[in-house]
Design a protein around this ligand. Structure first.
Ligand SMILES: Nc1ncnc2c1ncn2[C@@H]1O[C@H](COP(=O)(O)OP(=O)(O)OP(=O)(O)O)[C@@H](O)[C@H]1O
Ligand SMILES: [Mg+2]
Length: 221
C-alpha cells in the first residue's frame, strides 16, 4: 500500500486570468500512516483531496496509489478504481434518507450487481465495527449526527480501500462525537492509509504526518 502525491498544482480560470489554488504539493504515505491537512477556509484542502480522489483534474503533477498512476486513468476505468481503492468520507454524510443504515452500507455493492451473502455479512460486520450493530434498521433521520457519520464510514469501507479520504469528517459534530469519529478513523488508518482535511487542531495533531496549506503550498507543521 502506498500513496505518492508529486508536484500537484491547480489553478482555476477566472475572468482576470487564473486563480492559483495549489502549487507544487508533494507527500508520500504508506500502509498504517495517516496525514492531516489544515489551513484556513478557501486554502485548497478540499481541492487537494478531490484531486487525489480523482474527482477533480490537476493542472500538473502525478498521483500514484498502489503504483497505479491515478491521474491518467480513463473515464471508463475511474468509477471502479474509486469504488475499490478509495473510501470517501465527507462533512456531509450523503446517506440516502429512505434507506436504513444497512441498506446505505450495501449501496456501493449495487453498482456491481447482486448482493451476495458474503457482501451482506460484510456490511453487517462493518456496522458492528463502527458500533452500530443495534442501529441496522434505523433510517438517517432516526440516527444522531455521530451515528450517521459512522454509517458513512462503514459505507466507505465496503471494498476494503487502500486509501481513506476524509474531508472535515468531524466538522458537523460536537466534541464528544468528534472524538469518537477521530478515534475510529485513526484506528482504521492502522490497516489502510488516511488523508484528512480538518479544522480541528486536536484531531490534526494525532496523525502520523501533519501539513498545512500556506499560500497554495503544502508545508509540514
Ligand atoms: N470551480 C471553481 N472555480 C473557481 N474557483 C474555485 C472552484 N472551486 C473552488 N474554487 C476556489 O478554490 C479555493 C479553494 O477551495 P477549497 O474548497 O479547496 O477550500 P478549503 O480549504 O477546502 O476550504 P474550507 O475549509 O472552507 O472547506 C477557494 O477559494 C474556492 O473559491
Ligand atoms: Mg473544504
Amino acid at each position: 500500500m502506498s500513496l505518492i502525491v508529486s508536484h500537484i498544482s491547480k489553478e482555476y480560470p477566472v475572468r482576470s486570468g487564473s486563480l492559483r489554488i495549489l502549487c507544487d504539493c508533494s507527500f508520500e504515505l504508506e500502509a498504517g500512516q495517516s496525514l492531516s491537512v489544515v489551513g484556513p477556509s478557501g486554502s485548497g484542502k478540499s481541492t487537494l483531496l478531490s484531486i487525489i480522489g480523482t474527482l477533480e483534474p490537476a493542472n500538473s503533477g502525478l498521483v500514484f496509489l498502489d503504483d497505479i498512476q491515478v491521474l491518467s486513468l480513463s473515464e471508463r476505468d475511474l468509477p471502479k478504481f474509486r469504488r475499490h481503492k478509495i473510501g470517501f468520507i465527507f462533512q456531509e454524510h450523503y446517506l440516502l434518507p429512505q434507506c436504513t443504515s444497512l441498506e446505505n452500507v450495501l449501496i456501493p455493492f449495487l453498482a456491481e450487481g447482486r448482493i451476495s451473502k458474503e457482501r451482506y455479512n460484510r456490511a453487517i460486520f462493518l456496522l458492528e465495527r463502527v458500533g452500530l450493530s443495534d442501529r441496522l434498521e434505523h433510517r438517517p433521520a432516526e440516527l444522531s449526527g455521530g451515528e450517521r457519520q459512522r454509517v458513512a464510514i462503514a459505507r466507505a469501507l465496503v471494498y476494503e480501500p487502500s486509501l481513506i479520504l476524509a474531508d472535515e469528517p468531524t466538522g458537523n459534530l460536537d466534541r464528544n462525537n468528534a472524538t469518537i469519529i477521530g478515534d475510529l478513523l485513526l484506528e482504521l488508518s492502522k490497516t489502510t492509509m488516511l488523508v484528512m482535511a480538518t479544522h480541528d487542531p486536536l484531531l490534526a495533531a494525532r496523525t502520523t504526518k501533519q501539513f498545512q496549506i500556506n499560500s497554495g503550498s503544502l508545508v509540514k507543521t
